[in-house]
Design a protein around this ligand. Structure first.
Ligand code: HEC
Length: 278
């Protein structure tokens, strides 16, 4: 704890950039991109999909070696098998999604005006199961990550283009996610933005902090630390815990809106999930 605190203090002075409260999502996005363009002038826009490897040549080399025999490959094939296995009622995942669920993962999350909720891909997977009389899957790892990995794999190369429709409830969901991203929390009193915007490219203990631009493009990921696959909300929980804050439940409105905001901030980038990370 003490060590972490010292590391935080050493990380030191925070930048002065914060997205303004009254800005439109479009203005936020332009500012967000500009910030990283100035911070990492050598990183081409589409390379942000590679997280920390987009800004660090040394760790990129190791990662490229890992990508030669990707540790998430097994998850893709398990996911494909699960995806194609009919439910007890004879229907399947393909019946629940547009285009039979193929090449559409990058359309998530979206705001559903009818339910007033942000619909993430994982939430849609479990809604599909439940509406067909199947038990929902656990949210953070295992089968849900496999099905999501397969669906994302079929979306590789598609461009992320999350919309905030002209609906006050959608804008409120976006603002809630934005607020989570910039709000200080936990005993260390740090926001997502403190690490992944103002200190991106700096080290915290042994870890180099990735830029938040492109943060969602490659999920779910195989993480060596987890020894397996995990969803984006599993990662959110881990990052909340790092600052000694109580994590929210996966697929809570809080994390769904956080995903909504950070995905919007990754608009224009390629979907490249699943990924591999340390
Ligand atoms: C104390 C610093 C710290 C804070 C605060 C923090 N994170 Fe992280 N986060 C890390 C570290 C360290 C990693 C692993 C290295 C990396 O990829 O940045 C990481 C990784 C991630 C990743 C995976 C990146 C990838 O390329 O796979 C995501 C997504 C993420 N954080 C989101 C968040 C969100 C959202 C918040 C706010 C709820 C947050 N983080 C708060 C330190 C932090």
């Amino acid at each position: 704890m003490k060590k972490l605190l010292t590391a935080m203090i050493l990380l030191g002075l925070l930048g002065s950039f914060t997205l303004s409260a009254q800005a439109t999502p479009q203005q936020d996005l332009a500012e967000f991109r500009d910030y990283f363009k100035n911070r990492f002038p050598k990183t081409p826009f589409n390379d942000y999909i590679n997280g920390v490897y987009s800004i660090d040549a040394a760790s990129r080399e190791q990662w490229e070696e890992i990508e030669e025999f990707p540790p998430y490959e097994l998850s893709i094939s398990k996911g494909e098998e699960l995806f194609n296995k009919p439910f007890a009622n004879g229907k399947g995942y393909a019946d629940c999604f547009p285009n039979g669920g193929i090449g559409i993962a990058e359309r998530y999350p979206f705001f559903d005006s009818k339910s007033g909720k942000v619909i993430t891909l994982e939430s849609a997977i479990n809604t599909c199961r439940q509406s067909n009389g199947e038990e929902p899957l656990g949210w953070q790892k295992g089968a849900i990550a496999d099905v999501s990995a397969y669906m994302h794999y079929t979306s590789r190369g598609n461009i992320i283009n999350v919309q905030v429709p002209n609906d006050p409830a959608a804008l409120a969901a976006y603002e809630r996610g934005k607020n989570h991203f910039y709000a200080k929390r936990g005993q260390l009193n740090m926001a997502c933005a403190d690490c992944h915007v103002y200190n991106s490219g700096n080290k915290i203990r042994a870890d180099l902090l990735s830029p938040a631009l492109g943060h969602v493009s490659h999920f779910p990921v195989y993480r060596s630390k987890w020894g397996g696959m995990g969803t984006l909300h599993r990662r959110y929980g881990g990052c909340n815990k790092q600052v000694r804050a109580k994590p929210y439940p996966p697929q809570s409105d809080e994390y769904r809106t956080l995903e909504y905001f950070t995905s919007y901030m990754s608009n224009g980038l390629e979907s490249n999930g699943p990924g591999a990370r340390k």
